[in-house]
Design a protein around this ligand. Structure first.
Ligand code: KG4
Ligand code: ZN
Length: 332
């Protein structure tokens, strides 16, 4: 079946054309430069930018897949969670095309997309334990099968990516914060500051990053950031170390309780090199299979939305006749 997938939940407009599981074309238009001017995503600006680019991007994505609009047999679209105004752009384009072309539209959960990015090139032994960490969510998911997910832990306040973005702003590193912090951290000393590891000793698998962010705020308020050439790098490295310490420690404990066969990463923060290294070491230590998506499939993209749709179509899941874009949509 040939189908189109659409992702517009935050600040990337992305489309892909699939034939079954094979991806024929995939384009991502990032709004990062636009939002760098304001130091973060302004929702209305994001929606307008999606509107401006989505049809030219649709034409280019179809053309690269040598596919005409009327050859599409289904459409998959991120329906949540995300910024409502941004989601609405993708959902309305999908609904309109679906109605005009008389083809089904599959609403896809953005976090399921991040998780299923792991299946781009191969299948994995299940159950799998997945650490899915993005700008809006941080969760540990136990995956027993496609569509069979259990969230065993999630953030009680800020998501991991959100903490990266906020701390980057404090350090004057700009937007998006994750890549900026990890770059700065390469030249920094991760042991210079000991920041709190929120909830690291708690018996559950939940995360908390707002205390860490506040600790960085207080520490930076006491020092002139320009007083030493390497100070910002040391802050970045010490902060990054604290986030990753908590993520990896909780993941390690969850492995001991749930005995997964495969360990997976997903979401924008999974593009972080140090997190990738530490999760790789953990998988080796626990003798698990390991899946880490390519960098381009960690941050928001339509490929992962197409993959999630592919498994639904395979399993005969009926597309919903009526659905809405929704800013909060629990994965399980
Ligand atoms: O999944 P994503 O693209 O969008 C959401 O669903 O939120 O994740 C974006 C988040 C941002 O907070 C960004 O700072 C973070 O992922 N991020 C990173 C890195 N690259 C992106 N965080 C840490 N290190 C990175 N290299
Ligand atoms: Zn995302």
């Amino acid at each position: 079946m040939r189908f189109l997938s659409i992702e517009t939940s935050c600040d990337e407009t992305s489309l892909a054309v699939f034939e079954g599981k094979k991806m024929l074309s995939h384009l991502v238009a990032s709004q990062a430069e636009l939002h760098a001017k304001t130091g973060g995503v302004v929702p209305e600006v994001a929606s307008r930018a999606h509107l401006e680019i989505i049809f030219p991007l649709l034409n280019e994505t179809l053309s690269r897949a040598h596919t005409k609009l009327n050859e599409l047999e289904a459409i998959a679209v991120t329906a949540g969670p995300g910024l409502l105004g941004a989601l609405l752009v993708g959902v309305e384009v999908a609904r309109t095309l679906g109605s005009v072309l008389e083809i089904p539209v599959y609403p896809i959960n953005h976090m399921e997309g991040h998780l299923l990015a792991n299946f781009a090139n191969k299948e994995w032994p299940l159950p799998a334990l997945a650490l899915v960490v993005s700008g809006g969510h941080s969760m540990l998911v136990l995956m027993r099968g496609h569509g069979k997910y259990k969230i065993i832990g999630e953030t009680v306040d800020d998501a991991a990516g959100e903490a990266f973005d906020k701390v980057a702003k404090l350090l004057g590193l700009g937007y998006p914060g994750g890549p900026a912090i990890s770059r700065a951290a390469e030249d920094g000393d991760p042991k210079r500051f000991t920041f709190p590891r929120g909830m690291i000793a708690s018996k559950n698998y939940n995360f908390s990053f707002s205390g860490l962010k506040t600790a960085v705020l207080y520490a930076t308020a006491e020092m002139e950031l320009t007083s030493e050439p390497n100070l910002v790098n040391d802050f970045a490295a010490s902060f990054q170390e604290a986030v990753i310490d908590v993520l990896v420690s909780k993941t390690s404990r969850a492995i001991d309780e749930f005995y997964p066969k495969t360990l997976m990463l997903g979401g924008g923060v999974a593009a972080n090199n140090l997190l990738r290294e530490r999760i790789t070491a953990l998988a080796h230590e626990k003798k698990l299979k390991l899946s880490i998506p390519d960098f381009t499939l960690c941050t928001d993209n339509a490929a992962m939305i197409g993959l999630a749709a592919y498994y639904k179509i395979e399993e005969g899941v009926r597309p919903k006749k009526v659905f809405d874009a929704t800013s909060s949509w629990a994965l399980a």
